[in-house]
Design a protein around this ligand. Structure first.
Ligand code: CP
Length: 305
């Protein structure tokens, strides 16, 4: 039995296959409409979500399966003190596969040790968000036709942003990737990620504070929200929250063929005037999230269509 806990759990070749299935799902959705008939997905969300929970649910429903679960810790027996281990043992009796989001780093990994069904990490604290990474890779490949030889700007809260952490690990396995790490000093990428992946793999990167410094060089600009829920101090959040606002004036300095991605939700970091720019790809990205999660569910349940 296989789980998805880390963005490195699938090889580059396996990711390619997964993305090919996702593209086929996009083009031939009817072919997959009954693939998971009789199967159930449990969504165990101890932390707020719109896209990740609903896109997992939409994915399973599109495959002809059904869904059950909870959308906050308060509405589960976690509120009475139940452990993640006991919850997943119980859910293993009710469902065929589970997606778990948890505010504590490592909780889905713990769940996977006690589970008798595949567990998908749907985001654990400030650590990883591997299904967002699958979504991001599919979006990048679909928009540019490749994942190699790209310059990617990661902008915003690089300290707490788990989508960025997972994406760096995943992209570091592709040839010719370069990063611009765009953040205020206080929200820089943690040293352990720089040492563990960027330095170890000799990946070219530049840390800059001003977004304008990076813009002309980029193939993709990946914006992120300042992660309010991970701050220990409200004043620090207020000071940081509007540090970056991508607007039409800044977009005018970006290359014609540079796409803007964002895992969403956005707060103020992308002005709504950018939404009509043909380079704004974040809602398309949310759509790709359904196709790749459909492909992932099929893979983890060992179902071929
Ligand atoms: N991208 C993402 O994780 O969004 P949600 O928090 O809405 O699931």
């Amino acid at each position: 039995m296989r789980h998805l806990i880390s963005p490195l759990d699938f090889s580059v070749e396996e990711l390619d296959t997964l993305m090919n299935v996702a593209n086929d799902i996009e083009n031939n959705p009817d072919k997959y409409a009954h693939a998971c008939e009789g199967k159930k997905l449990a969504t165990l969300f101890y932390e707020a979500s719109t896209r990740t929970r609903l896109s997992h649910e939409a994915a399973m429903l599109n495959l002809g399966g059904s869904v059950l679960g909870f959308s906050s810790a308060d509405s589960s027996s976690a509120a009475k003190g139940e452990s993640v281990a006991d919850t997943i043992r119980t859910v293993s009796c009710y469902a065929d596969i589970a997606a778990m989001r948890h505010p504590k780093e490592g909780a889905p990994l713990v769940a996977s040790k006690y589970s008798s069904i595949p567990v998908i990490n749907a985001g654990d604290g400030g650590h990883q968000h591997p299904t967002q990474t699958l979504t991001d890779l599919l979006t990048i490949r679909s928009l540019k036709g490749r994942i190699n030889n790209l310059t990617i700007g990661l902008c915003g809260d690089l300290k707490f942003g788990r989508t960025v952490h997972s994406l760096i690990y995943a992209l570091s396995r592709y040839e010719g990737i370069e990063f611009y790490l765009i953040s205020p000093k206080e929200l820089r990428l943690p040293d352990y990620i720089k040492e563990d992946v960027l330095d170890k793999k000799n990946i070219k990167y530049k840390e800059v504070i001003r977004i304008e410094e990076a813009l002309p060089e980029l193939d993709f600009l990946y914006m992120t929200r300042v992660q309010k829920e991970r701050f220990f101090n409200e004043d620090d959040y207020i000071r940081m929250k509007d540090f970056y606002i991508l607007d039409a004036e800044k977009m005018a300095k970006a290359p014609e063929e540079m796409y803007v991605l964002h895992p969403l939700p956005r707060v103020n970091e992308i002005s709504i005037e950018v939404d009509n720019d043909p380079r704004a790809a974040y809602f398309k990205q949310a759509q790709y999230g359904v196709y790749i999660r459909m492909a992932l569910i099929l893979n983890l349940l060992n179902i071929t269509v």
